[in-house]
Design a protein around this ligand. Structure first.
Ligand SMILES: [Zn+2]
Length: 291
């Protein structure tokens, strides 16, 4: 017996425990084990955490609170997920996952995103139309109305492109597929798919929020003439996509590191993001040329 071992690391009295006690990472049944280490995937843990996990519930997460406080927990989950580092300190592998509410958050965030994109396109089209009407007979357009038209028209045109709307959604779904396919090689053993779903689902809100701001800024910038050139078309889209790779990479890395506690989280995040955005880009390109 190792005398340096802390008292709480002694094996629990299994005869007193009714609940199913499983490894939070791979789901291996830990009943009757002596050492606080999963024999299947090698995860080390405290017995206290593992035992608590059986009844551990998050106090804010929609997954656990949707019956009691659906709206509040939904908003709290999405708002906190916008800050991934803080989010993953409050949601751990020990927080019991419930796939259906996770899917609901994942899908609804994408619906909100499309709604916001259409609202921005609608508003900027209305603004462009309004500024077109500022024509004064004999004097033409006032300079401000002319600028306003160029900017709002460019925002409307850039965001109305279905590539800009669909690209980040394709990237998210591709990231989920990539992570589920990679999960065999990420740790010493197969990581449960629901953890990958969680990482991607809770990365959706920050990614789509960032993408909305980014494409709005690129659209605004394209309305200005800088050194005789306009920042539009393919170069504008590529700049936005690069931003998408970096941000998605960061969000997945933070989840892989703080939540799944995987080795080499930055590599996992960046490779996944690069593959996923490339997949989305290729899919939109193929769609465009008519495959
Ligand atoms: Zn395990």
């Amino acid at each position: 017996m190792d005398t340096l071992e802390a008292p709480q690391q002694a094996a629990p009295d299994w005869s007193q425990i009714d609940a199913e006690i499983c490894c939070p990472r791979c789901g291996y049944n830990l009943r009757m084990l002596e050492r606080p280490r999963c024999p299947e995937c090698g995860l080390s843990y405290d017995w206290a955490d593992i035992l608590e996990e059986a009844r551990w519930q998050s106090d804010f997460l929609f997954e656990h609170q949707w019956r009691k406080r659906p709206l509040r927990s939904y908003l709290a989950t999405i708002l906190l997920s916008l800050r991934p580092t803080r989010f993953w300190t409050r949601v751990s592998l020990h927080t019991r996952p419930h796939p259906r509410p996770i899917w609901l958050v994942f899908l609804s965030v994408q619906a909100w995103f499309l709604l916001v994109m259409y609202a921005i396109v609608y508003a900027s089209t209305a603004l462009a139309t309004w500024s077109l009407r500022q024509w004064i007979p004999g004097r033409g357009y006032p300079p401000l109305a002319h600028e306003l038209f160029l900017i709002s028209n460019n925002v409307a045109r850039f965001l109305d492109d279905y590539g800009v709307r669909v690209q980040p959604l394709l990237a998210l779904w591709a990231a989920l597929i990539v992570l589920v396919c990679l999960r065999q090689t990420l740790a010493r053993c197969r990581v449960r798919g629901v953890h990958m779903l969680r990482i991607v689902a809770y990365s959706a809100a920050p990614l789509l929020f960032f993408w909305t701001l980014l494409t709005l800024m690129v659209g605004l910038a394209g309305g200005f003439t800088i050194k005789g050139a306009r920042f539009q078309g393919q170069s504008a889209l590529l700049a936005a996509l690069l931003g998408c790779v970096v941000s998605l990479g960061i969000f997945i890395s933070v989840g892989a590191r703080r939540y799944a506690r995987l080795p080499r989280p930055w590599l996992v995040g960046m490779v996944t993001a690069a593959l996923s955005v490339l997949f989305g880009f290729t899919a939109v390109m193929l769609w465009r040329v008519g495959y």
